[in-house]
Write a protein that binds this ligand. Structure first.
Ligand SMILES: Nc1ncnc2c1ncn2[C@@H]1O[C@H](COP(=O)(O)OP(=O)(O)OP(=O)(O)O)[C@@H](O)[C@H]1O
Length: 669
């Protein structure tokens, strides 16, 4: 079946008829409406996978008004001729006089004879083919086939880049540029594929088509495997929206601070900045801002995480038979806040599936009392838990009228969002606004097992899947999927299967065993120095992901000593969370803690100090349910971390992997 981009849901009446005619074509046809001002000249572009391109306009002027035989020019004729001249110009590449592709005009209100008369007149002058509506309807496929022009790959890219610049991926924004070694290939241009383009333009109709956006609050979900372009799609869509609707307020929310910093850095590099109407933020920094609007002051949270621990320790002495650790109790209080549990009765009923441990009614009663006691102690000092911030806004009643409202909110990494977070997002969406979610269910290790429905989002029938990965090689993605399947429960229900077809085969990931975690760090330092000395790859092509077994400050210090001050961007260091150490536009080696590496990527990734993720299920003292939950969480973290790599993945471990996992790697001495 023909693909229409955007979906042509709200096109003018004449195009509804045209869409019906075009719908019966084979699946190799893509029909695109331009989203820019060009749509007043051209109605659509036809692209056929193997036969090339065509420009089509549907003209409504009746023959009587534009008849070339009339002695005097009419306004209608002048306008028609202007349109033909513009179409002719669009068929050429800038600076080149000859038309690259043909132009077809469908005369909506003319007979066959009248269309013929017009063609006789205008074909020589403007190179335009003209047919009547009747002819086009009877011979749609034949007319299109005869009019398409096959272009070389390079020229086709130029044509696409000229008319659909919004789908081009700047070279600096794709790890794929490193796939190509020779110069010619590295100049190759990259574009969103058809599925990605369709996803990025969902519900976008032209300003001229009356409904510029869907009228009611609408939600769309893009579910994609790691590296399928979700961040790219969210960004491209936001940039396109900023251009189409400059007066609308746009927001991109991402869970992870490093990704926000990384995206801003890329936008500065590629576009010199971010459009004024677009805000890009982490959920919490944005929520703090919304809280200020709602309550008229800055929220205060404990500066030291031990404050909450201390309060829990003190309060729990009243319920000596509570078995959970302090950490588990804090996590449970976060859950109460995030799931918007309002009172004890609701807490006794709430579904806690996926929480890793079960609680009997009596335990729930005790935990609820503990939760209230800790919240009251915090409140006495004017404080609240971080997880209570979104909850406060959700329960603020009329005060939420004062929070900022956005026309479009786009969420990347939505799998990490909690119900209370989504509720704040919904409260912040204008009445006819749109919510666009990108998620990878395979990476959802934090707020896991949350269904969209339980978060108050109706995504049934409004979801698109992306199963093709562009970031990584088949070898790496297969290994990462293998870890997920072997270490995790392989929960088939929400597992999104990657489509491996057509992927770059690549090199299998490597594992290097060392005697101790410190030896592992030394090995990374040696490898990084070798890369820097060879001068083949920029430092930005390398990402170091470290786990708990690494002494992070010492690691950072050693790297800085080796590469020079200001050359290492440590995403988890206080002063570098939001921007690189020596400003935008420089070349940095990046390092990130495994918990905060989501969304990042690099050509070469070193994974070091993550031993306990491979063996986390052997923790003593955990119930069977908690063990299996931990295994699942660890499997998803490893999957996420491994899929950060574009071409090379090197795991450095001071412990031998279990044989079934080691088999997914090449062991290097
Ligand atoms: N059609 C494409 N052509 C070339 N490169 C692409 C294409 N689509 C995506 N990429 C590149 O693939 C990489 C992964 O894209 P992106 O980060 O948007 O994926 P993602 O789905 O958000 O990944 P994750 O969820 O794993 O973080 C990026 O370098 C991106 O530029």
């Amino acid at each position: 079946m023909t693909t229409f981009i955007p979906e042509w849901v709200k096109v003018p009446a004449r195009l509804v008829h045209v869409k019906r005619m075009l719908s019966v074509l084979d699946g190799d046809y893509v029909i695109r409406r331009p989203l820019t001002a060009d749509h007043r000249i051209v109605d659509f572009f036809v692209e056929h996978r193997s036969k090339g391109w065509l420009i089509v306009a549907v003209e409504q002027a009746p023959f009587g008004e534009i008849d070339p035989a009339q002695l005097f020019d009419t306004d209608a004729r002048t306008l028609f001729e202007r349109r033909l001249a513009s179409l002719q110009k669009m068929a050429c590449l800038e600076g080149q006089p000859a038309a690259l592709v043909k132009v077809l005009v469908i005369m909506w209100s003319c007979s066959i004879e009248e269309a013929r008369a017009l063609m006789m007149q205008y074909l020589p002058k403007y190179g335009t083919r003209i047919v009547s509506r009747e002819q086009f309807s009877s011979w749609t496929g034949k007319i299109l086939e005869a009019s398409l022009t096959l272009l070389s790959e390079e020229v086709s890219d130029s044509f696409r880049g000229t008319h659909f610049p919004e789908v081009e991926i700047p070279a600096a924004c794709t790890t794929r540029r490193f796939f190509n070694r020779d110069n010619r290939a590295s100049l190759k241009r990259h574009f969103l594929d058809q599925e990605q383009e369709l996803a990025s333009k969902l519900d976008l109709e032209l300003p001229g088509d009356q409904a510029s956006t869907a009228r009611d609050f609408s939600v769309r979900l893009i579910n994609g495997v790691a590296g399928s372009g979700k961040t790219l799609i969210a960004l491209n869509r936001a940039l396109l929206l900023a251009e189409l609707f400059p007066k609308q307020r746009l927001l991109i929310l991402i869970h992870n601070t490093p990704v926000v910093a990384d995206i801003k850095e890329r936008l500065h590099r590629v576009r010199g900045g971010i459009p004024e109407s677009l805000e890009i933020s982490t959920f919490f920094s944005w929520t703090c801002q919304q809280w200020r609007y709602a309550f008229g002051g800055a929220p205060k949270m404990p500066g030291d995480p031990y404050v909450v621990s201390y309060l829990v320790k003190q309060a729990r002495s009243r319920w000596p038979d509570i078995k959970l650790s302090d950490g588990q109790l804090i996590a449970e209080m976060d859950f109460i806040n995030e799931a918007l549990v309002l009172d004890e009765a609701a807490y006794l009923e709430v579904n806690r599936a996926g929480r890793g441990f079960s609680l009997r009614p009596r335990e729930r009663e005790q935990i609820w009392s503990l939760y209230q006691a800790v919240a009251a102690s915090l409140q006495a000092s004017g404080l609240r838990m971080w997880s209570a911030l979104p909850r406060d806004i959700c329960l603020a009643g009329a005060s939420t009228d004062r929070i900022l409202k956005y026309d479009h909110i786009l969420i990347d990494e939505a799998q990490f969002f909690a119900p209370s977070w989504f509720q704040v997002v919904k409260l912040s969406t204008a009445p006819d606004g749109q919510l666009f979610l990108c998620a990878d269910p395979n990476q959802g290790f934090m707020k896991n097992r949350l269904s969209w429905k339980s978060a108050g989002l109706e995504v049934a029938g409004r979801t698109r899947k992306l199963q093709k990965s562009y970031r990584t090689t088949r070898a790496i993605l297969e290994a990462a999927s293998g870890v997920l399947a072997k270490l995790g429960s392989g929960n088939d229900e929400d597992y999104l299967r990657p489509d491996f077809r057509g992927m770059e085969p690549g090199v299998r990931p490597m594992v290097i065993y060392t005697d101790s975690p410190q030896d592992g760090v030394d090995r990374v330092l040696a490898e990084v120095s070798a890369i820097a000395a060879e001068d083949v790859l920029p430092l930005s092509a390398v990402l170091l992901i470290y786990g708990d077994a690494v002494q992070r400050s010492a690691f950072h210090e050693q790297l800085t000593r080796q590469l020079g001050v200001g050359k290492v961007w440590w995403f988890n260091e206080k002063g570098q969370k939001k921007a690189p150490p020596s400003g935008y536009g420089k070349d940095y080696l990046r390092m990130a803690y495994v918990e905060t590496a989501t969304g990042l990527e690099a050509s070469v990734v070193f994974l070091v100090g993550v031993e306990q993720l491979f063996s986390g299920s052997e923790k003593v003292g955990l119930s069977e349910e908690a063990q299996s939950e931990l295994r699942e969480v660890n499997a998803r973290k490893l999957y996420m971390a491994m899929t950060r790599a574009g071409q090379r993945l090197v795991l450095i471990s001071s412990q031998h992997l279990p044989p079934e996992l080691e088999a997914l790697f090449d062991v290097v001495k």
